[in-house]
Design a protein around this ligand. Structure first.
Ligand SMILES: C[S@@+](CC[C@H](N)C(=O)[O-])C[C@H]1O[C@@H](n2cnc3c(N)ncnc32)[C@H](O)[C@@H]1O
Length: 294
């Protein structure tokens, strides 16, 4: 098994989160291939980790990677907001969210997350769910498509892109990631086509967020996380774009104003220059950490 994802800001996360009780429990809400979890299990002999991931394929990789820790690692295949609702009050020492998707999804999953491959438009983390990227692209009304592209990626050409998608799908169903990327590129002005990032990057992000309900899960999950955390315990959240970071920032500020948590990262922590150089996905990452007061 090849590990393709490098955990972002691993040392920084390790420096903020530590056990606060005699039988320490960590909930890794986004285990992915298990990079962060492995680092914590190696560091703390008594630690147990419940590792959540909605994606069963990536979770199989984590289970294989972490099998040497035996019963200290418990994988659970579910959405983090749903799982946390059922967890007892004040039972976890630390809770980690490393939001979004993993390098695995782009390079191995074959689900059309990357616009470079000729893969089926799928983008589901939950393979049993009905809504897929193909449904969004081929069946959503034009206005809805334009709105979601705008709201979930701040793409300024969202209306033009949605219009072109609707024109093209009337001729032939859009089934692959590369076809969608071509259509997006043809809808935007040429200077945008040859910019720093591919013109399809934002649209793909928006569709992925819609398919997996990514943004709407964040605040409810954080509300539960605070309840589930022991006093003195900490929550760390790594985000990769401002649409993820904003709800985290405002939720933490609100809790801090009630005295329920102490914010430990007045400014979000970002990856070092060296990390950004060797692990490019870390360039856009922001880490925020709070400690529970009561
Ligand atoms: C950035 S990756 C985590 C990488 C991990 N920290 C590591 O070191 O390998 C995020 C993972 O969270 C999962 N995920 C994203 N949103 C989720 C949610 N709402 N509930 C459960 N899993 C989720 C994705 O499937 C992905 O595997």
């Amino acid at each position: 098994m090849e590990i393709v994802h490098t955990p972002v800001m691993k040392d920084e996360v390790l420096s903020f989160l530590a056990p606060v009780s005699g039988s320490p429990l960590m909930i890794d809400c986004t285990t992915g291939e298990g990079g962060h979890t492995e680092a914590f299990l190696e560091r703390y002999d008594e630690l147990k980790v419940i590792g959540l991931d909605r994606d069963a394929a990536i979770q199989r990789k984590a289970v294989e990677r972490l099998q040497r820790f035996k019963e200290r690692f418990t994988p659970v295949n579910c959405w983090f907001d749903e799982y946390l609702k059922g967890v007892d009050d004040e039972s976890a020492d630390m809770i980690l969210f490393d939001l979004g998707i993993s390098v695995f999804h782009y390079v191995e999953s074959q689900r059309g997350f990357s616009f470079r491959g000729d893969e089926k438009l799928d983008m589901r983390l939950d393979a049993g769910q009905r809504l897929s990227a193909e449904t969004v692209v081929n069946e959503y009304p034009e206005d809805e498509l334009a709105d979601l592209i705008y709201h979930y990626s701040e793409e300024r050409y969202s209306r033009r892109i949605a219009r072109r998608i609707v024109e093209e799908r009337a001729k032939e169903r859009i089934e692959t990631a590369s076809r969608l990327a071509e259509i997006v590129a043809s809808a935007v002005p040429s200077q945008y086509r040859y910019g720093r990032i591919s013109p399809a990057t934002r649209t793909f992000q928006a569709i992925r967020i819609e398919v997996n309900g990514e943004l709407e899960r964040i605040t409810p999950a954080l509300e539960q996380a605070v309840r589930v955390l022991r006093k003195g315990g900490r929550i760390a959240v790594i985000t990769f774009h401002s649409l993820e970071d904003r709800p985290v920032k405002w939720f933490f500020k609100d809790l801090a104003s009630q005295g329920r948590v102490k914010i430990l990262t007045k400014h979000p922590v970002v990856a070092s220059e060296e990390e950004c150089r060797v692990n490019p996905p870390s360039r856009s990452a922001k880490l925020r950490v709070v400690e529970k007061c009561f």
